[in-house]
Structure formats: structure tokens, C-alpha cells
Design a protein around this ligand. Structure first.
Ligand code: GDP
Length: 295
């Protein structure tokens, strides 16, 4: 995961290896390399700028600690800056209500929304709760069938209505079904499109308004870099997202979207997809991810 970013940062820290103390000039060289590693990972320019300012301020202001070598000092500073940029102490818990909690899942086609709905249902099931997957993507006939296959693979009931054409009614009926049947968490698998358009956004806004989900999540493809950040911005403007679930970080994602999305949109990442299999969803903890990036 994020191999080239890891390599870039490692090389930056290496420039300080063997140096007796952190000075302006050796630090400048190390920082330049950190900056390059971030830019090469396709991190948003505004994020890189703010990140570097944060790191430089901390590095310049820091007393040279006798116990730490310059390399270790810079690693520590970059680690803290990474944690901050990734969301600080943002918490991935779903905060389920005592009765029914409704989660609305949105995303562009192919981002991994339906797969992520299944993965989430599996995690909820593992916590001893009962999830219900709701087929609210009525744009593609195959989507309903796909959700049934996913539901079966994670042992979760799927709510769908044969021949339905109104996704709002399907969601409302599903929530009622959940209340009547002791379901804890309703997961709405809404329609996606290849690109953001007004019709899609209006449909999602209407579901949001009429069904009043407790939490709204956007699934974005971590491999798509800045496009993922831009779609998070657009969906958040329309829907006020509670969080982002970023998929496909097991592939050759460079990390740009992962490092940019919270800082650019204000929306925290809550879960990450790390495999196409149903067990490939992890709660996202900024501090653990920062440690992972720094290897
Ligand atoms: P949707 O159109 O947004 O509902 O997308 P799907 O759930 O159908 O997923 C699109 C493709 O991405 C499928 O082939 C999934 O197996 C794959 N996929 C989804 N999440 C991940 C992930 O975290 N890692 C990998 N490698 N593949 C994923």
C-alpha cells in the first residue's frame, strides 16, 4: 500500500542519516525531498503547501534534542503532520442508535459502493448486530441482482422490490421493514453514475430529505487521485457527508486522495477498502495510517 510514497519519504529521511544535528541546511534538503514525495504521490498542491508549512514550522522551532538524531527528529515531525492531515483523532465508530440506524451509501459507478455495503454489513454482523442491505440503485437492472449476491456472501438479508421504479419509496419501505423485524442497521445502496450529474444529486438529496438517514457516506476509489477528492467535494456540498470510505488502497494507489480528502473537504475518512474480498474493509485511524506510511 502506497509503496512509492513510503520509498520517497524514506529517501528524504536518509539524507539526514549520519548527520550530527538538525541544521537549517540539512533540514532544507530533507524537507525538499518530503515535498517531492508528496507531490509525486499526487497529493493536492494546497495540502502539500500547508503540510510543508506545518512541518517546517515545527522543525525550525524545535530544540535539538540530545537524545534524538536529526533523522529521528524529522520522522517524528512528519509523523505528527501526517496524523493531522489524515484527520487527527477522527473516530471510525458508526455510533449505532439503540433502535434502527440508517446509513446511506453514495458514490460514482465503479467506486466500489456495492462491495463496500457488503463489507460493512459483514463487519456489523460480526459485532452481533443485524444489518439489512437495501437495493436502492434502480438505474442499472444488474445492480439489484449484484446486491443480492453480495448479501448472500456476507449472510445478510437484502431488501428489494420487484419492478420498483421509485428508490425513495423502496428506502422508506425498507426502513419500515427494518423497524418491524428487529434490524439494527439499514444500509442503503443508492444509485451511482459514471459522472456527477444533476439528476443523480437530486435523487440523492431527495432520499436524504425524505428518508432522513442517520449517516451519509461517500465511497470513493482511492486509485483515482484528485478525481476522488473532487467528487468528495461535490457530494459533500450536496449532502453534508459524515464520512468517506476510500476503496482500492491495496492496488497501486499513490496516496494522493488518502492524504488530501480530509484537508480539502473537511470530511474524515472512516473506512478503507484493502481488497476486493468481503473481509477487505478496515476502520481508518489516522495515527495507525501515519505509522504505516512511515513503515
Ligand atoms: P459500484 O459500482 O460503486 O457499486 O462498485 P462495485 O462495488 O461493483 O465495485 C467495482 C469493482 O471494484 C469490483 O470489481 C470490486 O470487486 C472492486 N473493488 C471494490 N472495492 C475494492 C477494494 O477495496 N479493493 C479492490 N482491489 N477492489 C475493490
Amino acid at each position: 500500500m502506497l509503496d512509492s510514497l513510503q520509498d520517497g519519504l524514506r529517501s528524504a529521511f536518509k539524507t539526514l542519516r549520519g548527520q550530527g544535528r538538525l541544521t537549517e541546511s540539512n533540514m532544507r534538503e530533507g524537507l525538499k525531498m518530503v515535498e517531492n514525495a508528496l507531490l509525486e504521490a499526487d497529493v493536492s498542491y494546497s495540502v502539500v503547501k500547508d503540510f510543508m508549512k506545518d512541518v517546517s514550522d515545527k522543525a525550525v522551532g524545535q530544540d535539538v534534542l540530545k537524545s534524538l538524531k536529526p533523522e529521528q527528529q524529522l520522522v517524528g515531525i512528519v509523523q505528527q503532520a501526517l496524523i493531522d492531515i489524515l484527520g487527527g483523532d477522527s473516530d471510525p465508530a458508526l455510533h449505532l442508535k439503540p433502535d434502527v440506524t440508517v446509513l446511506m451509501m453514495c458514490g460514482l459507478q465503479g467506486a466500489g459502493k456495492t462491495t463496500t455495503c457488503g463489507k460493512l454489513a459483514r463487519l456489523i454482523g460480526q459485532e452481533g448486530k443485524k444489518a439489512l442491505l437495501v437495493a436502492a440503485d434502480l438505474q442499472r437492472p444488474a445492480a439489484v441482482q449484484q446486491l443480492h449476491i453480495v448479501g448472500e456472501s456476507v449472510n445478510t438479508q437484502v431488501y428489494s422490490e420487484e419492478g420498483a421504479s421509485d428508490p425513495i419509496a423502496v428506502c422508506q419501505n425498507a426502513v419500515k421493514h427494518a423497524r418491524d423485524n428487529g434490524i439494527d442497521v439499514v444500509i442503503l445502496d443508492t444509485a451511482g453514475r459514471l459522472a456527477i450529474d444533476e439528476e443523480l444529486m437530486n435523487q440523492l438529496k431527495t432520499i436524504d430529505l425524505k428518508v432522513q438517514p442517520d449517516q451519509v457516506y461517500l465511497v470513493v476509489d482511492g486509485m483515482t487521485g484528485q478525481d476522488a477528492v473532487n467528487s468528495a467535494k461535490a457530494f459533500n456540498d450536496a449532502l453534508e457527508l459524515d464520512g468517506v470510505m476510500m476503496t482500492k488502497l491495496d492496488g497501486d494507489a499513490r496516496g494522493g486522495a488518502l492524504l488530501s480528502v480530509k484537508h480539502v473537504t473537511g470530511v474524515p475518512i472512516k473506512f478503507i477498502g484493502v481488497s476486493e474480498h468481503m473481509d477487505g474493509l478496515e476502520p481508518f485511524h489516522p495515527d495507525r495510517m501515519a505509522s504505516r506510511i512511515l513503515g
